[in-house]
Design a protein around this ligand. Structure first.
Ligand SMILES: Cc1cc2nc3c(=O)[nH]c(=O)nc-3n(C[C@H](O)[C@H](O)[C@H](O)COP(=O)(O)OP(=O)(O)OC[C@H]3O[C@@H](n4cnc5c(N)ncnc54)[C@H](O)[C@@H]3O)c2cc1C
Length: 464
């Protein structure tokens, strides 16, 4: 598109389809209208609800402080869109610029935005996943079901996996006075995101709040009673825990299956796109009319060595959706890159945890302010001599400062003095992230053999 009037025509009476009617989809649609798009806008969402907010589902909703139907996302403006809710997109014909829907309908587009996000990874053994009392937590309906189960005062809840979602659920259970066991394969909670040094603080927090935390442990099986209700879980150390509720928190799967065979570069790791949110096709060539945003996207980030990052962060979904919408309605010279600095928050066990940058890329950590033992500190992550991430426990006010250090590739360790720098902050230590060469929960593919004739590919399915 190059000043030939086609952008004006697109803005005036073009057709935009957004697949995935949640946070990224909604914010993109609002931005399109703000940018003067007056054509037809179709929002396709497989959930029956208008866009709602997910972070409260593991926080206020589980504490009974908000009901799942009171989590609707606030609207920035009226949208004038055609909503196709409760129907999934089931296929994409890129040549004909058409999205197929599960009800047999088809919708044509001039620009398509894909914002289909992720879903919770289910318990791998289907018959056990179907037992009454076994939950995952991703949707409004999941939260409603889990909240009802917690309100019935279960004898004990088992949380499988101590990432952010699992830890927040355990926190909500303890706040409600419910006995909870957390089983985590790694050495501590939050290790994948924040490393072992901070993970040890998270472990102490959980235990102090009465969580029966079992690390270095895998759940090997769930057992039901004669009524098909879960009654026990078997652990890899040979122990059995009697439980009424199990919440499976084993991470997420990207919603890309509906794009199989479409020719788009979509797969289990998400949909690859350029920094301007334009999707790649399977040949690695960027498309002009298909854009991606939110949890389903994988995009290169200049601040982090142009690595393709998949971020499951609320703020990233909003910023990327806005950039995608801007670029959908711009001449190529006016397009802009999505260079949002990753940021995340969580609240659990009375502590407000926030991070910026990509702590998991860090090899070292320096406790620049406060002290681990006080549960009030700022940890700064270093990678190859520069600041790459930071985490705060109840010290949010410093985050902006460290964000600037990340943006300006400031040297690590930071040398400036701070009033609350303690002895433990004099020297960086190993951030203690799990060895990335050891496969964890995701499926892995290994290649062996050098000559093409010897080349062998071994697929190891996802563990748990
Ligand atoms: C319990 C919970 C707590 C969280 N807490 C935090 C937090 O504290 N801080 C933070 O930064 N982030 C948090 N997040 C993450 C944050 O909510 C996500 O980053 C955000 O929702 C991503 O928005 P999205 O629009 O990209 O994807 P999603 O919100 O996943 O939306 C994608 C939508 O597309 C739909 N869809 C999928 N496939 C199709 C299809 N084929 N056709 C039509 N529709 C389809 C899905 O059903 C869904 O409605 C939390 C998430 C959860 C689940």
């Amino acid at each position: 598109m190059s000043g030939d009037g086609s952008l004006d025509r697109l803005k005036r009476d073009g057709r935009v389809v957004v697949v995935g009617a949640s946070l990224a989809g909604l914010r993109a649609a609002e931005t399109l209208r703000e940018k003067g798009f007056a054509g037809s806008l179709t929002m396709v969402g497989d959930e029956p609800y208008e866009p709602y907010d997910r972070p409260p589902l593991s926080k206020q909703v589980l504490l009974g402080r908000a009901t799942p139907d009171h989590t609707s996302l606030p609207r920035r403006r009226a949208l004038d869109a055609r909503w196709r809710l409760g129907v999934a997109a089931s296929g994409l014909d890129m040549a004909a610029r058409r999205v197929r829907l599960a009800d047999g309908d088809e919708v044509e587009y001039d620009r398509l935005l894909i914002a289909t996000g992720v879903r919770a990874r289910p318990w791998p053994k289907e018959s056990e996943a179907e037992l009454d009392g076994v939950f995952v937590l991703r949707t409004r309906d999941d939260a409603a079901g889990l909240e009802r189960a917690l309100a019935r005062n279960p004898r004990r809840v088992l949380v499988v996996g101590a990432g952010f979602t699992g830890s927040e659920i355990a926190s909500a259970c303890r706040e409600r006075g419910i006995a909870v066991t957390v089983a985590e394969r790694a050495a501590a909670p939050l290790v994948g995101a924040l490393g072992g040094v901070v993970g040890q603080v998270a472990a102490e927090l959980q235990r102090e709040h009465g969580v029966d935390l079992r690390c270095g442990i895998m759940v090997t099986g769930l057992e039901g009673d004669t009524g098909n209700r879960v009654r026990a879980a078997h652990l890899s150390d040979g122990n059995t825990v009697e439980v009424d509720v199990v919440v499976v928190c084993l991470g997420a799967l990207r919603n890309t299956e509906w794009l199989a065979g479409s020719g788009l570069g979509a797969g289990p790791r998400g949909i690859a796109c350029d920094a301007g949110c334009r999707a790649f096709d399977i040949r690695g060539i960027v498309t002009d009319d298909v854009y991606v945003a939110g949890d389903v996207a994988r995009s290169p980030h200049p601040l982090f060595g142009y690595q393709f990052l998949s971020l499951e962060h609320w703020g990233n979904a909003v910023a990327q959706a806005e950039t995608a919408a801007h670029n959908m309605m711009s001449e190529s010279v006016d397009r802009r890159p999505h260079i949002w600095v990753p940021a995340f928050w969580s609240s659990q066990f009375g502590v407000n945890i926030k991070s910026v940058g990509v702590p998991s890329m860090g090899t070292e950590i320096l406790i620049a302010q406060g002290a681990l033992g006080e549960r009030r500190f700022t940890g700064v992550y270093g990678y190859q001599g520069r600041v790459i991430g930071a985490v705060t426990f109840d010290q949010t006010k410093w985050l902006q400062f460290y964000q600037q250090l990340i943006e300006t590739t400031a040297p690590f360790p930071p040398s400036f003095p701070t009033v609350d720098r303690r002895p433990e902050g004099q020297r960086p230590v190993d951030a203690d992230f799990p060895d990335p060469s050891v496969p964890t929960s995701g499926p892995t593919v290994t290649l062996t053999g050098y000559s093409p004739a010897d080349r062998r590919m071994t697929f190891t399915p996802a563990g748990h």
